[in-house]
Design a protein around this ligand. Structure first.
Ligand code: VTB
Length: 327
């Protein structure tokens, strides 16, 4: 049974259960914050997430994970997870989104997971994706990948009823964005340049008063795009993504995953179409979520969990006193 008709959508219990999965991964990664070892931080997060995920009463299949089976020993695409005693679901995950930010102990690295109805997530290859995203409360079609960055920023300012100088766009700090950055700056809008972590960048658009970010734009990872779309489906907002299939090899890889039109623009609903539950736990301190804290007698985690069918967004600040379970 995939859905629970009494409550609508995926079983509600999962919403709280998946918080444990990202909490556990975040705690493991947080112990390696600022230690300069991205690989090790990622590895411990993967191990921890997998252990906790395998306790969930689901028959899950990883569709967005650590990579193809031959390049990732764990949580690879196609890996079956959960107790197998429960609904068939698809899983998108990133045990440590922002490995470099964690290794440097900079803001906004997260442990993230989305659990969705089978077949309802875009099976995206690990290529780049061009993205644009805004939070809830805007008229449909406010931003588009077919519009220029200037047009998108102007549309957000107009719809929000503020001057263009009062809009902040979040963009990954990469040479490939030099022209976009120049163009957005020329409009008068402010830019928040981030080193990594565009899942957080997209989620931050949903609460501009708290995060200071109105619009996310630019090219990042496609798996991160699907995860961000899943999150936005739960909170509300608009997002478009276009895979960057700029070589024949990438077009063929994508075709094998069922993608026929390499130029297609996917909406948020097309990237995450079915019922979905999403959880993110802060690893390092961030604009929305605090990082893991180690107190004298407890570990404190800060998590956001949400569910698309009810649009409930919960923040869970947990004090874990049974420290043994974190190893
Ligand atoms: C982004 C960001 C990730 O990759 O998707 C980015 O969210 C894009 O790739 O945290 P490049 O680093 O090659 O630009 C990450 O930085 C790492 O997965």
């Amino acid at each position: 049974m995939v859905t629970n008709t009494a409550t609508g959508g995926l079983d509600r219990i999962l919403t709280l259960e998946i918080a444990r999965v990202t909490e556990r991964a975040a705690v493991a990664a947080s112990r390696l914050r600022g230690r300069g070892d991205e690989k090790e931080a990622d590895q411990v997060a993967v191990d921890a997430m997998r252990q906790e995920l395998n306790k969930l009463p689901i028959a899950g299949t990883v569709v967005i994970g650590e990579g193809e089976r031959d390049e990732a020993p764990m949580l690879y695409i196609g890996e079956e997870v959960g107790t197998r005693n429960g609904p068939e679901v698809d899983i998108a995950l990133d045990p440590l989104e922002g490995t470099t930010i964690c290794a440097k102990n900079l803001p906004n690295s997260l442990a993230v997971i989305a659990v969705a109805e089978k077949g309802s997530l875009l099976y995206a290859p690990d290529v780049y994706m061009e993205k644009v995203a805004i939070g809830p409360g805007f008229p449909a079609g406010t931003v588009s990948l077919d519009a220029t960055p200037t047009e998108n920023v102007m549309a957000v300012a107009k719809a929000k009823g503020v001057r263009i100088n009062d809009v902040t766009a979040c963009i990954l700090d990469r040479p490939r964005h030099a022209r976009m950055i120049e163009e957005v700056r020329a409009t008068g809008a402010a830019i928040r340049l981030i080193g990594d972590g565009d899942v957080a960048g997209v989620i931050h658009t949903t609460d501009p008063d708290e995060t200071g970010i109105d619009i996310y734009m630019g090219i990042g990872g496609a798996p991160e795009g699907v995860l961000a779309a899943a999150a936005l489906r739960c909170i509300g907002g608009q997002m478009q993504g276009r895979l960057q299939l700029n070589t024949e090899e990438k077009v063929i890889r994508a075709r094998k995953m069922g993608i026929e039109d390499p130029m297609r623009v996917y909406t948020m609903e097309e990237m995450a179409s079915g019922d979905v539950v999403f959880s993110a736990t802060g690893v390092t301190d961030g604009n929305m979520l605090g990082g893991v804290r180690f107190a004298r007698d407890a570990i404190v985690t800060h998590t956001i969990v949400m569910r698309s069918s009810s649009r409930t967004v919960r923040e869970i600040k947990a004090r874990h006193q049974d420290l043994g379970k974190f190893g």
